[in-house]
Design a protein around this ligand. Structure first.
Ligand SMILES: C[S@@+](CC[C@H](N)C(=O)[O-])C[C@H]1O[C@@H](n2cnc3c(N)ncnc32)[C@H](O)[C@@H]1O
Length: 268
């Protein structure tokens, strides 16, 4: 039987379980690399390099870059392709469990790049954000719907828990869309490139970030319900009626600043 996912040049069959949709459109690869603007001095790491489509462009500007790839069958392909770069390093492991802290210091924070498998993109972003000041910026190819959710503001139908909690720690920029035709095999969904830049100084600071996370989760639990109805499920003795906010509003109408203020009023 003919296997449509086999690349005769490299003999590697795209694996669904690793979310492998390889980028083939050179124009899009160039546009991604232009928006990253890699430099030789960067502490650059690519997650899921695959067969090196983006890596090949990045490494020309940043020969000391590193990659984290789970699929061990791709390692010989990468080693052969980038053999001339002495400082190029491959970490064959699961990026979700990888200690990115070992690659960076606050003085030399990481620049992270990845055309990510869509099924791990959200947990991976939160895993990376846990390294805080060790990340300078992140450029990801994600499912377009996820990028819309990350970048959405109040009143937008895509605005939710993911938007608020990401924008609490990062500046989010939706850069451009990438259609399925740019990949092999083609994904079923549209994709987009997003830039996440963790704040060095956050614009709004919650006294208890864990409480903010709980507040936002509870507020958005049922989108159609009012704040009063959702927040009464906060399993704590809180006097909601004393708050300086209209409890008939819905979660999707509150800005990040309002969430942080609310959190700081409830848990000073
Ligand atoms: C969508 S493909 C992108 C490949 C390549 N960067 C490109 O643009 O053509 C995702 C890549 O992530 C790798 N991958 C999947 N899960 C991973 C994980 N948990 N940790 C590290 N890499 C992973 C896959 O093997 C694959 O190479």
């Amino acid at each position: 039987m003919k296997n449509k996912n086999t690349d005769p040049m490299q003999g590697h069959r795209a694996r669904k379980r690793f979310g492998q949709n390889f980028l083939e459109d050179q124009g899009i690869i160039n546009a991604i690399v232009r928006s990253i603007g890699p430099k030789a001095s960067d502490n650059l790491v690519e997650i899921g390099p695959g067969k090196g489509a983006i890596t090949a462009q990045l490494i020309e500007s940043c020969p000391s870059m590193q990659v984290v790839e789970l699929d061990r069958d791709l390692i010989p392909i990468l080693l052969a392709q980038f053999a001339i770069y002495n400082d190029f390093r491959i970490h064959q492991t699961d990026a979700l469990k990888f200690d990115f802290g070992q690659l960076a210091t606050p003085e030399r924070p990481l620049r992270v790049v990845g055309n990510l498998p869509y099924n791990i993109s959200t947990p991976l972003i939160f895993h990376l954000l846990s390294f805080g000041e060790l990340i300078a910026d992140m450029h990801f190819m994600l499912q377009k719907e996820v990028v819309l959710r990350l970048a959405a503001g109040p009143g937008d139908k895509n605005y939710g828990r993911l938007s608020v909690m990401t924008q609490y720690v990062c500046q989010v920029e939706n850069l451009f869309e990438v259609p399925p035709e740019c990949f092999n095999p083609r994904p079923k969904v549209d994709s987009a490139i997003v830039r996440l830049t963790p704040y060095r100084t956050q614009p709004f600071v919650a006294a208890h970030p864990d409480k903010l996370a709980k507040l936002v989760k509870t507020a958005f639990a049922q989108r159609r319900k009012t704040l009063r109805n959702n927040l009464k499920n906060l399993d704590e003795e809180l006097d909601l009626e004393a708050l300086d906010i209209d409890l008939t509003r819905r979660a999707e109408s509150l800005s990040l600043e309002e969430y942080v203020n609310l959190s700081n009023t409830l848990w000073p």
